[in-house]
Design a protein around this ligand. Structure first.
Ligand code: F0G
Length: 364
């Protein structure tokens, strides 16, 4: 007798990717060749330790977008940008990147049969991200310069050669990324009171604001959150309510080591419109939040992502009683093993494989 394995309608299994899920809200049509890795549908995890730490009956949630297929929120934008590039007949894409955009472009571009070129600042891309771009088959071009210089160059490249630019100035990128705000609303049953988010090239803050605004205008939620963006202090070009470029940005959070954010004007306007703000957090504050998240919440994000939580802790005295606050964790900690290992010490050197030695090492 044979038994059949019953198929279970697991939510994650049934999830078809964000273009299929939010088709009505996205600029796609029947002719769009959808390139997807079933991105999106990432968990909203309650941060119990942080909520206790903050007090005020506030509830803190982590939107862990590091659980996307290539380990960052960039997959949301890239499924759109690559699908639309293919629809337009493009055969190649290009981007400048601090690492995550290049990983996503490499994966989606390769899957879509496109040639992928990525320009990265030499020596300032976390190891895992570089490995991703290479293994997915992108042409990786390191430059002797920072992200801002790489970005200025790819703009010229895309103007002069037959390649589609897939940085977040490509409007389809933000369209894809706004779906994270839809998911947050659906997961909470309402928009949060605050949204804390890292800011680098400043596209994602703008994308979330677009998403919340769209659900609000449709009457699906009754409010929109205060948008609280956080740059790294060594790369804080937006904190005075306008774009004041930083020529030599420096931060341990290499993902947001950006001195002249391309979407800075839009991000500043979105934060202002929401009643929120863009502030800066130091590397020390970022690292503290990074370790707190791993140790007490069981969530390993990359350093840049922890700036949302560092910012929340910095602004804790402004948090209203009973607020629902979402901190966006944009990327996976596994992408940057060097920073993780640097901040921890292996307390034991290898010991004899005996019960006695192990018991002693354990302090029994
Ligand atoms: N968090 C992570 C992990 C990122 O990789 C980035 C940007 C940001 C936050 C900031 O988002 O630019 O929309 O304000 N990374 C880009 C890249 C620049 O090339 O991967 P933003």
């Amino acid at each position: 007798m044979t038994t059949m394995l019953a198929t279970r309608p697991l939510a994650a299994h049934a999830w078809p990717g964000l273009i299929a899920t939010y088709r009505d809200y996205l600029p796609v049509n029947e002719a769009t060749p959808v390139v997807t890795l079933r991105e999106g549908n990432t968990p909203l995890i309650e941060a119990l330790h942080l909520s206790r730490l903050i007090g005020r009956s506030a509830r803190i949630w982590l939107k862990f977008d590091g659980l996307n297929p290539t380990g960052s929120f960039k997959d949301r934008g890239m499924t759109m940008a690559v699908s639309k590039a293919k629809e337009a007949g493009s055969e190649a894409i290009v981007c400048a990147s601090t690492g995550n955009t290049s990983a996503a472009a490499a994966a989606y571009g390769g899957r879509g049969g496109l040639k992928v070129f990525v320009l990265v600042p030499d020596g300032y891309v976390a190891l895992g991200k570089l490995a991703q771009a290479l293994i997915y088959g992108a042409e990786v071009i390191p430059i002797q310069g920072n992200f801002d210089q790489a970005f200025a160059l790819v703009r010229q490249v895309a103007d002069q050669y037959p390649v589609t630019l897939v940085n977040s100035v490509n409007r389809y990128r933000l369209e894809g990324q706004k779906t994270a705000a839809f998911e947050v609303c659906e997961q909470l049953g309402e928009a949060p009171d605050w949204l804390c988010i890292p800011v680098g090239n400043a596209g994602n803050l703008t994308a979330y604001w677009m998403g919340f605004s769209q659900f609000y205008q449709k009457g699906l939620v009754r409010k929109r959150p205060r948008m609280m963006g956080f740059e790294a202090a060594g790369a804080a070009a937006l904190i005075h309510g306008k774009v004041i470029p930083i020529p030599n940005p420096e931060t341990i959070a290499t993902a947001i080591r950006i001195g002249n954010p391309a979407s800075g004007v839009m991000a500043v306007a979105s934060a202002r419109q929401s009643g929120g703000t863009i502030d800066a957090v130091t590397d020390q504050e970022i690292l503290e939040a990074y370790h707190l998240l791993a140790r007490h919440e069981g969530v390993f994000c990359e350093p840049a992502s922890a700036s949302s939580v560092a910012g929340l802790l910095k602004c804790h005295d402004q948090i209203p009683e009973g607020a629902n606050i979402v901190c966006v964790l944009t990327g996976n900690g596994l992408k940057d093993p060097d920073t993780a290992l640097k901040g921890c010490t292996l307390r034991h050197s290898a010991i004899a494989p005996t019960l006695e030695a192990i018991a002693m090492a354990m302090g029994f």
